[in-house]
Ligand binder design. Structure first.
Ligand code: PCA
Length: 215
C-alpha cells in the first residue's frame, strides 16, 4: 500500500494572481519524503467549499499525514500554525464573494484544536536547512484558519492521521511594488516545506523547544 502525504495549496485571492502555497505544493507533488509520496491538491479560497474539498481528498487519498499550506502576506518566515480556532471573521471577501463575520465554523464545536504535527521540530528542521521559520500562534480568521479547523475537526477521532497547517510568505514577484513587504523565493519555500514534512514524518512527538511569543 502506498503511504501518502496530502499537501494542499490555495488558489490566488485578494487581488493576487498567484499563491505561493499552490506553487509549493505543486512543486513537491510526487516526491517521496520519509517513506511516503506527496500528493498535491489545490483548494479554492472559498469558505465551506475549501473545507469540503479537503475532506473529500483526505477520504480519497487516505494519507498518513496532511499539511495544508496558505499564503500570509506580511510574514517573513515559514510558519507552522499551533492552533485553529472556531471562528470565521473575514476582513475581505473570499473568491465567491462571501464575507462571514463572527460565525462558528462548527456549531457547538470546541473553541480550538491544536495541530497534531510537531510544529517545533518542523521549525528546527527548516532553520537547520537555512530557511527562516517560526511557530505561529494564530492562523487568522479567514479561509486558512477555516480549513485548518475543519481538518482538525475531521481528524479529531482519527489519531492515526496527523494534520496541520503552515503559512508561507509572499514570493518576491508578489512583493515587488509593495514597499516593506517581506518575501522569500519559491526554491527556498519548497526546500523549507520539504524538510518540514520530513521532520513531521520523523517526529511523532514534538521537540521540547522554545517557540512561544509575548502578547
Ligand atoms: N491565505 C488565506 C486564505 C488562502 C491563503 O492562501 C488565509 O490566510 O486565510
Amino acid at each position: 500500500m502506498t503511504r501518502r502525504i496530502l499537501l494542499t495549496g490555495f488558489d490566488a485571492f485578494g487581488g493576487e494572481v498567484i499563491n505561493p502555497s499552490w506553487l509549493v505544493a505543486q512543486a513537491l507533488h510526487g516526491e517521496v519524503i520519509g517513506d511516503a509520496t506527496v500528493v498535491a491538491q489545490r483548494l479554492p479560497c472559498v469558505f465551506g467549499q475549501a473545507s469540503s474539498e479537503l475532506q473529500a481528498a483526505v477520504a480519497a487519498q487516505r494519507p498518513l499525514l496532511v499539511l495544508a499550506l496558505g499564503q500570509a502576506a506580511g510574514r517573513a518566515e515559514l510558519t507552522p500554525e499551533r492552533v485553529a480556532i472556531n471562528v470565521d471573521d473575514a476582513r475581505i471577501a473570499d473568491n465567491a464573494g462571501a464575507q462571514p463575520l463572527d460565525c462558528a465554523i462548527v456549531a457547538r464545536g470546541p473553541a480550538a484544536y491544536f495541530s497534531t504535527l510537531p510544529v517545533k521540530a518542523m521549525v528546527a528542521a527548516m532553520r537547520q536547512a537555512g530557511v527562516p521559520a517560526a511557530v505561529s500562534q494564530t492562523a487568522g480568521t479567514f479561509v486558512c484558519n477555516h480549513v485548518f479547523y475543519g481538518l482538525m475537526h475531521m481528524l479529531r477521532r482519527r489519531r492515526t492521521v496527523r494534520g496541520g497547517f503552515m503559512h508561507l510568505p509572499l514570493l518576491p514577484e508578489q512583493a515587488a511594488g509593495k514597499p516593506g513587504q517581506p518575501s522569500l523565493p519559491l526554491a527556498q519555500q519548497v526546500a523549507g516545506v520539504r524538510v518540514a514534512l520530513a521532520a513531521a514524518c520523523a517526529h511523532r512527538i514534538d521537540l521540547h523547544l522554545g517557540g512561544g511569543a509575548l502578547g
